[in-house]
Ligand binder design. Structure first.
Ligand SMILES: [Mg+2]
Length: 262
């Protein structure tokens, strides 16, 4: 992971003495600095992937084990095993793209995002390569389910392969948005396609929608679902930290600060 903090700090001080620095006023500065510099970020991602690795054999042996709500009530015993991982901020770290946006004092720009994706230059999220390789070695098919556009599939595959992620050549394991007419940003249809052919052992993501259809829900509704499925976390569902963006910022009720005043 690239470390830019030492370079950025003098810039911030320099800018403080004159006008308000661009970087300091950007809403994602602190979060991006944390991802790129805090050893705690790496520790959390490794904790998620290392914990998952300790449950792989158990998940394989227990033939009714499934991580997918789409497989509830479905006979899964005879299906071959698979795991599903989101891509962005789950297996690929796009914080350099965010750093570029901060340097330009820009908010999310879809054109710049596509350029970054086509560069195929993202680093791996710590621990992700090891877990996917371990799963692959056990005969588990590794699927990548992402809302990157289908037009970026070749660059995305190349980026994943170069980093050492297993990417099957026999089966399409990289399922992107708009690859099929009904493959919208909701991941339900794509999870259903995998669920019809594989027993889904584990799900990995940085967003609640990587686990459940939770689009458009209020925080209260999400909180309720979280409690309902709490036993899945750390066993079948693994959440990667992403303080920069996510559906938590765009639910029906906007996020609020809670000072807990009386
Ligand atoms: Mg993601």
């Amino acid at each position: 992971m690239k470390r830019s903090y030492l370079l950025l700090t003098p810039l911030l001080f320099l800018a403080c003495s004159t006008t308000k620095p661009v970087e300091q006023s950007h809403p994602t500065l602190q979060a991006t600095l944390w991802v790129q510099n805090a050893v705690e970020y790496d520790a959390l991602t490794r904790m998620a992937y290392q914990t998952a690795a300790t449950h792989l054999n158990e998940a394989l042996e227990e033939k009714t084990w499934t991580a997918s709500v789409e497989q509830k009530g479905q006979k899964v015993e005879s299906l071959p095993p698979a795991i599903i991982l989101d891509i962005d901020e789950t297996v690929l770290d796009n914080s350099p793209f965010q750093s570029r946006m901060i340097a330009l004092n820009s908010s999310y720009d879809p054109v710049a995002w596509e350029e970054w994706v086509l560069e195929g230059n993202a680093d791996a999220v710590p621990g992700a390569v090891e877990l996917t390789q371990a799963a692959n070695d056990l005969g588990i098919t590794v699927f990548y389910l992402s809302n990157r556009e289908a037009t970026t599939e070749e660059a995305t595959r190349a980026n994943l392969k170069e980093l050492g992620f297993p990417v099957s050549e026999d089966t399409d394991v990289v399922l992107l948005k708009n690859e099929q007419p009904n493959w919208t940003s909701s991941k339900i249809e794509r999870r259903k396609v995998i669920a019809s052919k594989y027993r889904i052992l584990m799900l990995f993501g940085d967003d609640f929608n990587d686990f459940l259809p939770a689009k458009g829900m209020t925080k209260a509704e999400r909180d309720e679902l979280l409690v309902q499925y709490k036993s899945n976390f750390g066993l079948k569902w693994f959440v990667l930290p992403n303080p920069v963006y996510g559906s938590w910022t765009g639910t029906n009720d906007k996020p609020i600060l809670n000072p807990k005043n009386k």
